[in-house]
Ligand binder design. Sequence first.
Ligand code: PLP
Length: 416
Amino acid sequence: MRRESDLGLDADAGRSRGHGFDLAPRLAARERRGLRRNLTPAERVAARTRVAPDPKGGVPDFDSREQLVFAANDYLGLAANERVQAAAADASRQTGTGAGASRLVTGDTRTHRALEREIAETKETARALVFSSGYATNLGVLSALAPDLVFSDELNHASIIDGCRLADTETQVYDHCDPNDLRAMLDRRAHEATGDESWLVVTDSVFSMDGDVAPLEELCAAAEEYGAWLMVDEAHATGLYEAGGGIVQREGLADRVHVQMGTLSKALASQGGYVAGSEMLIEHLLNTARSFIFSTGLTPPAAAAAHKAFQIARDGDWPARLWANVERLRDGLEELGYEVWGETQILPVVVGERETTMTLAERLRERNIIAPGIRPPTVSEGTSRIRVAPMATHTDEEIDRCLAAFRDAGRALDLL
Ligand SMILES: Cc1ncc(COP(=O)(O)O)c(C=O)c1O
């Protein structure tokens, strides 16, 4: 076994000699700015779990107490659903535990094709293509489209921002959810532009930190007026709206959105990302999206789990149960006197000041509620918040326990 000293590492300070990397001061600087992150291992992915302090390289030692999770993106609670688990197990036996190669080599299986058909039908498009993550999807799609110009909402997800960087394209950022600002930018550029340029407007549909919804109809109209394409990231909406679809389906805009993108990793309780659109779009992407071509195909168990979750979301009453929990929790938090933003299943409880927010998150944790504090730079100064995400599998009694914890912790901190 190679020791740290063999690798040129100074074991006591974590410093390296010569042309290596001196990481200790970088970590110390993060620590000083209050930005050092720690992992919190969880025993299982479900509405209730036990957690452990970060064991670093060791094996976690879980608390005896169970915590209620109001922090996951597994909004329908399907990661713990027996039918979804059975679908993953069957695919693992029948198709294989891994894809074994890129989809373009031998990693393209019936399991992938069945999922892609389901996605295309749900998203009302000709075809769909799955990637190994939502992050890889945004990187692949944006760099493969290689627009001359991207118009991007200021609160778009990091994977969209990174996709624009990888595409090495000019990006103009419009004010959050503001079609008038977008229109003004499109108009300015239309007057400046010489020759043919390809323009892409890109937006999340549900914003993960604010829980609000992009005005898709108006964005479509603005993009259409200037002949631009519109790409919508439905990561936090897919599976929760009309027939297992997202906001694009709720608004009836499938034929006006050129690129529907999303993840399999949130309400669909799996892993992976997808893009849905025209035959030509999918053929172009599977020929040119490097994160698709040079990466092993999505694992068959992940594809099968997402497929089953899609069917359950479409046919079952899980979305209705989620919305009932959201209403009970939002009403309860507002009655307590908290300010709750957004209009979706993501409930940002805005506290304002960053230290108080992080203390509130700790006090909730002491009361067995996991709901993370979100502070700058993730959100703007003065809007630090607790991001509360109920799940369809929480019981009424559990929602009430969450409310009681917010009441007691808020009173203890003089917030209420
Ligand atoms: C809006 C949005 N897009 C894309 C992603 C990336 O998806 P994944 O976690 O599947 O890589 C996320 C998730 O973090 C997201 O919130």
